[in-house]
Design a protein around this ligand. Structure first.
Ligand code: A2P
Length: 329
């Protein structure tokens, strides 16, 4: 098994390496790949020193799997070249997600759709992954009609430059701006670019990717995506209207029994999900479960996950594990 980690010098790529090590993902050969800027750089991983190689050298080495975390344009250009060399690409960018020829996979929900023919597999948007993970088991039981979600997203989702901006602001240092405004002591109702309909690309990712992953076009989603000066993970306030009525205790049981979910819902003891606790964890945390008392069959919940883990690195490594286990590579 030859594994390439593309974008290995970035925030997500770094987490991919950590997750591979923690989960004991087996490989015979590992290639760390980044842009020309980083070629030749040495990176320590699992007690060994690796030299960062170029995209061209990685393609020539024909890895079995390449986990891409290098942005949309890099992926659009290079994923087909890797695929042509026989590599199965698992891509963290938005480049291939809504393409009808590419699977969009959250392993706990729809990994069984994968076949040997899938050469470029898309990893969903971070905010979408943690939300659909909680929605999927409830959808099976009660049928989701409509979701209203507001997000509270970590700066780590923007990459290294955004983390630097927050830290610089905290220390009073003038530096490069990853956002159009200050992020410390502020909240930006703006993630990714704006579309003509007034929504951002991040918001529309949540709308469209949710339907694709759940395999149900009738599920209606409306989203407001917000960046906040936080590091450990994304939080979401999610209001879900179901077709059928539900029992709150049963909802808790369904979520608690679902793979990858931890229910943290004990308000007496002030237990609820927070990014500070989700940080560096692979699970998605769900709490503040309560009925929306303004209309029937409607649930409010609060969902938190480390966006660099389940929202990105962990999900891609889980896809890679599934491919290997099921002999799809
Ligand atoms: P590099 O460090 O050489 O720029 P982040 O989102 O945290 O900024 O990380 C982006 C990652 O994607 C980095 O590892 C970066 O490498 C990599 N990357 C960016 N552009 C390319 C490219 N054209 N080819 C390969 N890797 C790229």
């Amino acid at each position: 098994m030859k594994l390439a980690v593309v974008g290995a010098t970035g925030l997500v790529g770094n987490q991919v390496l950590k997750v591979i090590q923690e989960r004991g993902f087996h490989f015979d050969e590992l290639m760390l790949v980044a842009s020309q800027r980083s070629v030749g750089k040495e990176v320590e991983f699992a007690g060994k020193t690796y030299t960062v190689i170029s995209m061209e050298d990685a393609i020539a080495a024909r890895p079995d799997i390449a986990i891409f975390s290098a942005g949309g344009s890099t992926s659009l250009e290079y994923a087909p070249k890797f695929a042509e060399a026989g590599t199965t690409v698992i891509d963290n960018s938005s480049a291939w997600r809504m393409n009808p020829n590419n699977k969009l996979v959250v392993p706990e929900i729809n990994a069984s759709e994968l076949t040997k023919e899938d050469k470029v597999i898309a990893n969903p948007n971070c905010s979408t992954i943690q939300m659909v993970l909680a929605l999927a088991p409830l959808h099976r039981k009660y049928t989701v009609k409509r979701v209203v979600v507001s997000t509270y997203q970590s700066v780590t989702g923007t990459g290294k430059a955004a983390v630097d901006q927050l830290m610089n602001e905290r220390q009073g240092i003038e530096g490069e701006m990853a956002y159009p405004y200050k992020i410390d002591l502020n909240v930006l109702p703006h993630i990714d670019v704006f579309f003509d309909n007034g929504y951002t690309k991040e918001e529309m990712k949540m709308v469209n990717e949710t339907k694709k992953i759940l395999g149900d076009d009738t599920v209606r989603v409306t989203a407001t995506a917000v960046r906040i000066p936080v590091m450990g993970g994304h939080a979401e306030s999610v209001n879900v209207e179901f077709e059928k009525d539900f029992d709150l205790d049963e909802v808790r049981q369904i979520l608690a029994a679902s793979e990858g979910i931890i229910v943290e819902d004990d308000i007496q003891n002030l237990k609820y999900p927070m990014p500070i606790n989700a940080h560096n964890r692979d699970e998605t945390f769900v709490g503040r479960l309560r009925r929306d008392e303004t209309q029937p069959n409607t649930l409010n919940m609060w969902i938190v996950a480390d966006n660099l883990r389940k929202g990105a690195a962990t999900n891609t490594v889980q896809i890679a594990e599934y491919l290997v286990k099921n002999e799809l590579v």
